[in-house]
Design a protein around this ligand. Structure first.
Ligand code: 5GP
Length: 189
């Protein structure tokens, strides 16, 4: 396999990792977003094959049976999410580096899989109260999924020490700059 690198951004839901990843993609032309596969319903704003590969349960199961995933997880009432090996190969073969935006368990497994070829960044909000505020402001959650996500977020906080570095997202411009420096240092080392 060609020698690309992997950048992993992970965080409790609502900590702002997706915004940071999007910013990094706009700054580093050598980075390509790893599109995950999922069985959940497509949201209105999403584009199939760009935000996710939307698969049926049967298609996803077939990929599991073929050992096609680097990792996969199931949550939120049975929805499955996973990183396809072919996705990473596609990006490395194009001479680029891959960037992931995944929850903490998947990120732990991706880091383990790629070892020193990967930089794993844990994005953290300054406090649980702040996380609550951000998650409720997003407007994509029903009361039930909001409660589930908050519970999960508190659990996810405990994963912090499994990653290479923590980035506290207090103020976005500052977080962008810190993220840029981390990525730039890792890609040039
Ligand atoms: P959402 O449904 O909001 O797009 O994502 C739900 C959760 O799934 C998020 O925490 C997101 O990071 C996570 N996720 C997205 N892609 C993957 C993946 O490939 N593997 C794992 N384990 N989680 C993922």
């Amino acid at each position: 396999m060609p020698k690309g690198k992997a950048i992993i951004f992970t965080a409790p839901s609502g900590a702002g990792k997706t915004t940071i990843v999007k910013h990094l993609l706009s700054q580093f032309p050598e980075l390509v977003f790893s599109i995950s596969a999922t069985t959940r319903q497509k949201r209105e704003t999403e584009v199939a094959g760009k935000d996710y590969y939307f698969l049926s349960q049967a298609e996803f199961q077939q990929k599991i049976d073929e050992d096609a995933f680097v990792e996969w997880e199931e949550f939120y009432g049975g929805s499955r999410y996973g990183t396809l090996k072919t996705e990473v190969e596609r990006i490395w073969e194009a001479g680029k580096h891959v960037i992931f935006d995944v929850e903490v368990k998947g990120a732990t497994n991706i880091k383990q899989y790629f070892g020193d070829r990967a930089l794993a960044v844990f994005v953290k909000v300054p406090s649980i109260e702040e996380l609550q505020k951000r998650l409720s402001g997003r407007g994509t959650e029903s009361a039930e999924t909001f409660a589930t996500r908050m519970e999960r977020a508190e659990f996810e906080m405990s994963f912090e020490n499994k990653f290479d570095v923590t980035l506290v997202n207090k103020e976005l411009t500052e977080a962008f700059a810190q993220a840029q420096k981390l990525v730039s240092d890792f890609l040039t080392q």
